[in-house]
Design a protein around this ligand. Structure first.
Ligand code: ADP
Ligand code: 5GP
Length: 192
């Protein structure tokens, strides 16, 4: 279980795409959300887009590993997604917020938790604006939340600065490679 967290606009989706395109045997766990689909996003690829009512129904039905309210919308990791890939003995990649990261660590304590930092707050703001997907109000909310999220970087195993995307991607790929070679993990996988 590879968990990537970091403030909105830091570039998580960008290098999740890079990681999935590389030969790392990683499978993406598609989350559910109540937020509106962005123009370039696809149902079932980026997210499963649900109404609040449907999201709540699924919470009640126990369909989520974890779920949280993030920037005023609901987001959740679907058990069906993680179990599908874990059963196939694949590494599962999650792009979730810090509340989700905490919850997942309780369920999967041997996961690898990576926090993505921006080179500066100014560049984070620039990227959020440059992306052109959020209203001014939403950008402000995301920037306010960014400070609270960054304060929790110490809860993560690794912190990668996304300055140059390729460098950040290579660092994450190295972390995954090193973790795969951990003796305890190899032993567990051989015994399991
Ligand atoms: P997140 O998924 O963390 O919210 P995105 O992947 O949507 O962030 O990235 C936000 C914006 O920043 C996008 O327009 C993306 O192209 C841009 N971006 C991502 N990484 C970098 C980088 N290393 N340098 C400059 N811009 C970047
Ligand atoms: P965005 O709306 O920009 O795609 O994502 C906003 C935030 O929600 C990001 O911090 C992202 O990591 C987080 N997020 C996406 N999916 C999930 C999820 O399933 N659970 C939790 N807790 N957070 C999620």
């Amino acid at each position: 279980m590879v968990v990537v967290s970091g403030p909105s606009g830091v570039g998580k989706s960008s290098f999740v795409q890079e990681l999935l395109g590389a030969d790392l045997d990683l499978k993406y766990s598609v989350s559910a959300t109540t937020r509106a689909r962005r123009a370039h996003e696809k149902e079932g690829v980026d997210y499963f887009y649900l109404s609040r009512e449907e999201f709540r129904r699924r919470v009640e039905a126990g369909e989520f590993v974890e779920w949280a309210e993030v920037h005023g919308e609901l987001y959740g990791t679907l058990r069906s997604e993680t179990e599908r890939w874990l059963k196939a003995r694949k590494n599962v990649l999650l792009d979730i917020d810090v509340q989700g990261g905490r919850a997942v660590r309780k369920v999967y304590p041997d996961g690898v938790f990576i926090f993505v930092l921006p080179p500066s707050l100014a560049s984070l703001e620039e990227r959020l604006r440059g992306r052109g997907t959020d209203s001014e109000e939403r950008i402000r909310l995301r920037l306010e939340n960014a400070l609270r999220e960054i304060a929790l970087v110490g809860e993560y195993d690794y912190a990668v600065v996304n300055d140059d995307l390729k460098t950040a991607y290579r660092q994450v790929a190295s972390i995954i490679a090193a973790e795969t070679c951990r003796a305890s993990r190899r032993l567990k996988s051989a015994l399991g």
